[in-house]
Design a protein around this ligand. Structure first.
Ligand SMILES: [Zn+2]
Length: 150
């Protein structure tokens, strides 16, 4: 089968991940656990984020070539509705995911995962509950707030 230069598909005979530049555009793969009389191939075309719900198309096919043809048709429709901003949205999400995993790998935590000792007192001030002198100031407020609530 000659390779089509405009095709986003880098084909192998078992499964492939299609790419359009650096953007992963979809997959064609042998279905796992499908009954023998059903289509043994399934495909998915499109990417998210960078698209709207329902724009990613999926399907099944009897042969790899059919799956690939259906995939390429669906991909052309998907691509015709994309703008550069959609690709950028996908890239941003990928970059963020890469950074997140790199941080996890490095044993760090995201800022939002760091233990936070700051508390908001009923008096409206935010204080550090790990600092005794700060806590002592606000304990009466908190106690009073609880008594008031009860
Ligand atoms: Zn207070």
């Amino acid at each position: 089968m000659p390779a089509c230069p405009s095709s986003p598909v880098d084909a192998t005979r078992n499964a492939l991940t299609a790419g359009f530049g650096e953007v992963q555009t979809g997959t064609i793969a042998r279905r796992t656990g499908a009954p023998i009389e059903k289509d043994p191939w399934e495909w998915s075309a499109g990417f998210y984020p960078g698209s709207n719900p329902g724009e990613i198309r999926t399907g099944t096919a009897a042969t790899f070539d059919h799956a690939r043809a259906d995939f390429e048709q669906a991909w052309r429709v998907f691509l015709s509705n994309r703008t550069e901003a959609d690709f950028q949205e996908w890239r941003n999400a990928r970059d963020w995911t890469d950074r997140k995993y790199a941080m996890w790998k490095a044993g760090e935590r995201l800022p939002s995962q760091k233990p936070n000792s700051l508390m908001r007192c009923p008096c409206g001030q935010v204080f550090d509950s790990h600092k005794l002198e700060h806590t002592l100031i606000h304990v009466p407020h908190i106690t009073a707030g609880r008594a008031f609530a009860a």
